[in-house]
Design a protein around this ligand. Structure first.
Ligand code: 6GU
Length: 226
């Protein structure tokens, strides 16, 4: 998979070198490139934003540098992702869809967002997803891209050491994951549940399912609605 990230803060993504992407196996599975939006500006100040039409607080990112940069990056099968608190909420389902793609292009907006015509324009030729992490506001799309990338790349076969660890985890079955324990059996007066100490795999499976259901009911009742 190929990933291109456009940002006015390229160093924000230095962290990719020390996280999942730093692993040798990962670099063969995914090719990530970071692009500075300001490289596509033509004025001495390298300005990427301007005041909003209609008035109001804050600045809006100008469409021209985005047009130049994205024209140079997008291919026929690219998916364009635009992080925004006004987007659809990112999910494990979306991560699975993205993991099956061949080319992801992330457009990180800052300030009050990117001129709306940029999304409108590329929707005419490409799959464009305005994507949000949830109901709160970040200063820009960079943190969201790191989260979306990590959730997506770990679903690519070979990216995660043990593929079985992907099966029984939160959100894979629409439920939160059951609680986990390791040695010692007793710690500060708290004991590991007895059922996990025996070898009855059916009893363990049943116990874990019940704990998953109980946890989901308590923390995320909305997940049980459908
Ligand atoms: Cl994707 N961007 C920004 N700026 N804020 C957010 C977000 C994204 N998701 C939640 N809040």
């Amino acid at each position: 998979m190929k990933v291109d990230i456009v940002t006015i803060f390229p160093t924000f993504f230095d962290v990719l070198d020390v996280s999942l992407l730093g692993k040798a196996a990962a670099t063969k599975l995914v090719d990530v490139a970071i692009h500075d939006l300001r490289d596509a500006t033509t004025d001495v100040h390298k300005s990427v934003d301007d005041t909003p039409y209609g008035g109001g607080a804050g600045m809006v990112m100008k469409p021209e540098p985005w047009g130049v940069t994205l024209d140079g990056l997008l291919e026929d099968d690219s998916i364009l992702l635009v992080p925004s608190p006004a987007g659809v909420v990112f999910s494990q389902d979306m991560a699975r869809e993205l993991a099956a793609g061949s080319h992801l292009v992330f457009a990180c907006g800052r300030y009050e967002g990117i001129d709306s015509r940029v999304v409108e324009h590329y929707q005419q030729t490409h799959r464009v997803i305005e994507v949000s992490l949830g109901d709160y506001v970040l200063n820009g799309g960079e943190v969201a891209v790191l989260a979306i990338l990590e959730a997506t790349l770990r679903l690519i076969p070979g990216f995660v050491g043990n593929p079985e660890s992907l099966v029984e985890e939160s959100h894979e079955a629409g439920l939160l994951e059951y609680p986990s324990y390791t040695k010692p059996r007793s710690w500060r007066g708290l004991d590991v549940p007895e059922v996990l100490l025996g070898g009855n795999h059916e009893a363990i499976r049943q116990w874990r399912y019940e704990r998953s259901l109980e946890r989901t009911k308590r923390a995320r009742p909305d997940l049980l609605e459908d």
